[in-house]
Design a protein. Structure first.
Length: 342
């Protein structure tokens, strides 16, 4: 991919055909030593682009096919010290994590991803090892999803910031929004709950195992492919658990003007999660209900009969407002969900 950038306003925009830059930078260089276009070259390089990428990095903007005629778009930003720590996660894991958050959002709309854009802000002393690792994580995650990284932006900053924009296609279906839940619907989840929170609790104690929990925090693997499946099955609303099951169902309840009640005995709490909670003195159910960054999908369906396989029914929608667990407001351990600036 080209290292061409327009440079307007101090922003180097990647956005043409694939070719390599002039010579690979030496190992151990920094972002400042590479320079703006060198960083862009490092992040893009010669990479695979799928057929829906009509014009990839190298111009002022990319061109991506939109067969449906509508484009689903979302953006998610990861800030060092807020969303990740490089003493806990390798740069490649951070890149994968950034992509995962966006794929979950695309899936939660009932769409399939078509392309990604990567924006990177970093200090001048950021090493090429970090840049290469981030790029590898982003591109590998994109390849797993069958999509390409078609453009982006690079800027200098005091801390490392990774921002991904994802585009998606609805394949002719209506978007599944947060506002479609109706009284009488059932609530179902797909994916892991509480694993990322448990992994963070393990890391905070200075441990690196159980490996599965730590991996879930470092590189969540959302079941985004289950989103279109749910849409085809007739899901009335859907969201991903970026901030926690209770908090995100709260968004559904508010948008749909309904009351969501979960059953604690039906909320899927893995045995491994209970084991970690027992070892650390944590609350497995609390992690499952309030832990964020698992990016599981939660949806409402008109009846249990249409809930797809791999989804677990764990509650129901009623008339009213808010979210409860066993008909009571959540009173267990943990905040109901993560909020910035709180």
């Amino acid at each position: 991919m080209s290292r061409t950038a327009n440079g307007r306003g101090g922003h180097g925009r990647t956005g043409g055909t694939a070719r390599r830059g002039t010579g690979a930078p030496e190992a151990g260089e920094t972002a400042a030593e590479l320079g703006e276009f060198g960083v862009i070259d490092r992040l893009t390089g010669e990479r695979f682009q799928p057929e829906q990428t009509l014009l990839g990095p190298g111009d002022d903007a990319a061109v991506v096919a939109a067969p449906d005629g509508r484009v689903v778009a979302t953006v998610d930003t990861l800030v060092q010290g807020v969303h990740f720590r490089l003493d806990w996660s390798a740069p490649e894991q951070v890149g994968r994590k950034a992509v995962a958050a966006n794929l979950a959002d695309i899936g939660a709309m009932g769409a399939v991803p078509t392309a990604l854009l990567l924006s990177l802000a970093c200090p001048g002393d950021t090493s090429t090892e970090v840049l290469d690792g981030l790029a590898a994580g982003v591109w590998d995650a994109a390849a797993d999803a069958g999509i390409g990284v078609v453009g982006g932006d690079t800027v200098s900053a005091d801390t490392l910031v990774v921002s991904i924009t994802a585009l998606g296609d609805l394949e002719g279906r209506a978007a599944v929004t947060r506002s479609g839940a109706r009284p009488g619907d059932v609530v179902a989840v797909c994916g892991q709950l509480g694993w990322s929170a448990a992994g963070m609790a393990v890391l905070r104690r200075g441990f690196r195992s159980p490996v599965a929990m730590v991996a879930a925090h470092r590189t969540p693997r959302p079941p985004w492919r289950a989103g279109p499946v749910a849409a085809r099955a007739g899901a009335t609303s859907m969201i991903d658990t970026s901030d926690g099951l209770l908090a995100d169902l709260g968004h559904v309840a508010a948008a749909s003007r309904v009351h969501v009640d979960l059953s604690s005995r039906l909320v899927p709490v893995a045995d491994k999660l209970r084991d970690v909670a027992s070892a650390l003195g944590g609350d497995a159910l609390g992690w499952a209900l309030t832990g964020g960054e698992d990016h599981a999908l939660v949806a409402t369906f008109p009846s249990e009969d249409v809930v797809p396989a791999d989804w677990v029914v764990c509650g129901e929608v009623r008339a009213g407002t808010g979210v409860t667990v066993d008909a009571d407001r959540w009173g267990g351990s943990g905040d109901p969900g993560y909020l910035h600036w709180r």
